[in-house]
Design a protein around this ligand. Structure first.
Ligand SMILES: NC(=O)c1ccc[n+]([C@@H]2O[C@H](COP(=O)([O-])OP(=O)(O)OC[C@H]3O[C@@H](n4cnc5c(N)ncnc54)[C@H](O)[C@@H]3O)[C@@H](O)[C@H]2O)c1
Length: 353
């Protein structure tokens, strides 16, 4: 990282921008504090948080008083025009993410960290990616877990190969599909890669973004089963040909079951005799330490700007997670039909907070 000092601004001065660290939250296998953008910027030496914008006067006052932000604005457009910002955090609710991201890219900002869910339609997400590409702006979407050591170590374990190829991912999380579901869909893609098709259903009787369930077919042949109507926190069961990897919010890190003598596919009757269970070795891998997940995301954004590469949670990744959630709505509207990706309908919009 260079010695240049980056000028950062925040648009939307609510919980995620300013106060989330005050809340009692279960952070196990989710985030490493600080969780607010203002607090994370303060931990990075070569970034100065110079400006923030919010139409709400009390939120602007808080930014000034608590976080020492020298310039606060009612109108983010005015902030972008006056402040010559290098980095912008988009921490409004999802329906404004597209407008703020596109305006920031047009204003010449070099890196944008946009909160999840990336947007409320694919049309918006497409326009965000296009505006950033046109302006040469790096765009990261803050799907927090991609910077958490539990998940980075778990992907390393999967890549090391002892568990064999991935065959199935079971993912559960409390809904709704866009607001929380994009976290789950994103982390399932982190392990399973791109998805070919989606079938799903949405809990009826809700007026906006709602919980739901889905079945995914990954391009690599793995299956995905999703319950976004769970009463548990986000949990994953990754089933491979020679073992399983479990991530649960009740326990730091992850568990591995390794089948020492998995049955050969030509010998499928071995399953009925229970032999793999006798041969199972279990171990636990701690997540242990690591820098704040949001600090890591901002540092990665700076690296993307300086070294001109995409980040581990790019605009394309954010759009892909959103697409999975929207495909569930689309499938539900068509009696559970299989939806092949990419979705043709880019206009389907689901209001989400
Ligand atoms: N990554 C995570 O784990 C995580 C955690 C919490 C929230 N979030 C995301 O952060 C985003 C914000 O959530 P929140 O809980 O902080 O919401 P919030 O309602 O507390 O904050 C949103 C802020 O945006 C402001 N705002 C509204 N219109 C604006 C405008 N035109 N210009 C500037 N500001 C405007 C509001 O006044 C409010 O202060 C959401 O997308 C949410 O999903 C992500």
């Amino acid at each position: 990282m260079s010695t240049r000092v980056y000028r950062a601004g925040i648009v939307g001065c609510g919980r995620k921008a300013a106060t989330l660290d005050d809340e009692e939250r279960c952070r196990t296998n989710y985030s490493i504090p600080p969780d607010s953008h203002a607090a994370a910027y303060k931990e990075i030496k070569n970034v100065t948080l110079v400006a923030a914008a919010d139409p709400n006067a009390s939120k602007r006052d808080l930014m000034r008083a608590r976080w020492g932000v020298p310039a606060v604005y009612e109108d983010y457009g005015e902030m972008l025009a006056r402040e010559d910002l290098d980095l912008v955090s988009v921490t409004t609710r999802a329906p404004l993410h597209a407008a703020v991201t596109i305006a920031s890219a047009k204003a010449g900002v070099r890196g944008i960290l946009c909160e999840k869910a990336m947007a409320t339609s694919l049309q918006e997400a497409d326009a965000m990616i296009e505006a950033c590409e046109r302006a040469g702006t790096k765009l990261l979407i803050n799907h927090t877990r991609r910077w958490h050591p539990t998940y980075t170590r778990a992907t390393e374990t999967m890549r090391a190969g002892a568990l064999g190829p991935l065959r199935c991912i079971i993912g559960v999380c409390p809904g709704p599909l866009i607001h929380n579901g994009t976290h789950l869909f994103d982390i399932m893609r982190f392990f399973g890669g791109d998805v070919e098709s989606v079938r799903g259903e949405v809990r009826t009787g809700e007026t906006e973004d709602a919980p739901g369930r889905a079945m995914l077919a990954f391009q690599n042949g793995a299956a995905g089963f999703v319950d976004l109507d769970s009463s548990l926190g986000l949990a994953l069961d990754l089933q491979c040909t020679a073992g399983r990897l479990f991530i649960d919010p009740a326990e730091d890190g992850f568990a591995i079951w390794e089948y020492r003598d998995p049955p050969r596919s030509s010998d499928s009757r071995a399953w009925y005799q229970g032999s793999p269970c006798k041969q199972r070795a279990t171990r636990h891998v701690e997540s242990g330490g690591g820098m704040g997940t949001l600090v890591a995301a901002i540092e990665e954004l700076i690296a993307c700007v300086e070294e001109d590469h995409e980040g581990r949670s790019s605009g394309q990744d954010g759009r892909a997670a959103l697409e999975l959630a929207l495909a569930v709505y689309h499938s539900h509207a068509h009696a559970g039909k299989r939806i092949t990706l990419p979705m043709n309908d880019r206009t389907l919009t689901v209001p989400s907070r």
